[in-house]
Ligand binder design. Structure first.
Ligand code: C2E
Ligand code: CA
Ligand code: CA
Length: 420
């Protein structure tokens, strides 16, 4: 992925000129940029605007020049950062994009020519006493305004997204990610069974950023691979440290989330297996979690991959069960050891007969297929009680503990848990 880099342009200098071939786009961090053709100024762009994006997509000739009106700092977006997205996009979308770009380029050309005509016409018109048509006509202004409002939201979204990608890259380099551990409790008899490792990002300005906000982006850019590898390494070392210091039960397990990329990209998958087998933690204390949606998106490819994981001796958990559009019938095909019932069922099971029955059915089916069950997101005593009555083996949720720092997780293991 492209690195974040900035370029500064002193007042009066050109970023590019009309006719240049350049495949980068620029985001104005501070300063002002004037976009112009020989016919006149098209726009003056302030901070946070993006320009040059067409060249980024099709490497065409610049249809206008860009000049700094004051000392200006730009964030440079390289073609590489966008190209991987375009490559992965749906072919229909790619086609539409190229169509749109061609149209936009012809419109630009037509507008330039029109500008020329307008200038010539102005000279003629002045002689004939006709009104001079300009691009400042009210119709044109209204059109521009409408267009601007329509793209503004999209634009802001894309900018935030590009910035986030670059920040994630920086965060990897600056080691801003760390791992927390949420206890997974055996419900009866009540004690700690293990932990789930969860990633956290301490952003220098925004504070803690939720994994929900950056995991999907990290996944798309491939940065999930170094991040995931760090989580795996840190979490396995943590178990090793507890074992060597004889803290908590010797059999304490560590659940680690795998992303689609770590699962389906052969070299990344190999790296995961290597990390698991290369660690001194007994493999059956490692539980690799794969979400139901990952399985459902690629039902044909998962069988072999899951079997390979099983061959390392690690255990396999099916995460977020109930959130995908799966049917129960596929469950028996795959060698999962654990089924994690999604929080959305757990939080609605008390006082709701239907949801309670759904959880009962899920637990029953899992047991019939030889799987153990972890209920996710337990927040109330009533939920823990109801799950215990359904013979659900394990529970995880704020009722028992929020995700903890390594230090707090160690303390959690050292104290006897109070019955819940
Ligand atoms: P998940 O695997 O389903 O993890 C459980 C999430 O539920 C965690 O959110 C946890 O903090 C939250 N949670 C636990 N108990 C409760 C509760 O009682 N109530 C409520 N409201 N929430 C509870 P978190 O840590 O924000 O993680 C969100 C998701 O991000 C995870 O969902 C997982 O899909 C992903 N994720 C987190 N860490 C990693 C990682 O290292 N690698 C990958 N690939 N994904 C990760
Ligand atoms: Ca999980
Ligand atoms: Ca889950």
């Amino acid at each position: 992925m492209a690195r974040l880099y900035r370029a500064t342009y002193p007042a009066g200098s050109h970023v590019f000129r009309q006719g240049d071939v350049d495949d980068r786009a620029y985001i104005i961090e501070s300063g002002k940029i004037e976009i112009s053709t020989p016919q006149g100024v098209l726009a003056v762009l302030p901070e946070a605007e993006i320009f040059g994006e067409m060249g980024l997509l099709d490497r065409g000739e610049r249809s206008a020049s860009a000049k700094a009106l004051e000392d200006t700092s730009l964030i440079v977006v390289e073609r590489q950062q966008i190209q991987s997205k375009v490559d992965r996009a749906d072919p229909v979308l790619r086609y539409l994009l190229s169509l749109l770009l061609n149209r936009l380029r012809s419109t630009h050309r037509a507008l330039s020519e029109l500008g020329q005509l307008v200038d010539d016409g102005a000279a003629n018109g002045a002689r004939n006493g006709a009104r001079k048509p300009t691009l400042k006509d009210p119709d044109m202004a209204a059109l521009n305004e409408a267009k601007r409002t329509a793209v503004d939201e999209l634009h802001q979204h894309a900018l935030r997204r590009l910035k986030l990608e670059q920040e994630i890259q920086q965060a990897v380099d600056r080691k801003e990610f760390f791992v927390v551990y949420q206890p997974i409790m055996r419900l009866q008899p009540f004690n700690v069974s293990g932990f789930e490792a969860l990633i956290r990002w301490k952003h220098p300005e925004r504070g803690l950023v939720s994994p929900m906000d950056f995991i999907p982006v990290a996944e798309e850019t491939g940065l999930i691979v170094p991040i995931g590898s760090m989580v795996l390494d840190t979490a396995l070392r943590q178990v090793d440290s507890w074992r060597s210091k004889k803290i908590g039960p010797a059999s304490v397990t560590m659940a680690i989330n795998l992303s689609a990329r770590q699962f389906f990209e052969p070299s990344d998958f190999e790296a995961v297996l290597k990390q698991v087998t290369g660690s001194s933690v007994p493999p059956d204390q490692v539980k690799l979690e794969v979400t139901e949606s990952i399985i459902m998106d690629n039902p044909d490819r998962v069988g072999d991959i899951l079997t390979e994981i099983k061959q390392t001796g690690s255990r396999l958990s099916l995460d977020d069960f109930g959130t995908g559009y799966s049917s129960f019938s596929y469950l028996h095909q795959y060698p999962f050891d654990v089924l994690k019932v999604d929080r959305s069922f757990v939080s609605r099971m008390v006082g709701n007969r239907r949801n309670h029955d759904i959880v009962r059915a899920i637990v029953g089916l899992a047991h019939d297929l030889g799987m153990e069950v972890v209920a996710e997101g337990i927040e109330k005593d009533e939920e823990a009680d109801a799950l215990r009555k359904l013979d659900c083996e394990y529970g995880q949720g704020y009722r028992f503990s929020k995700p903890l720092s390594a230090e707090d997780a160690t303390a959690f293991l050292q104290q006897r848990p109070k019955a819940a």
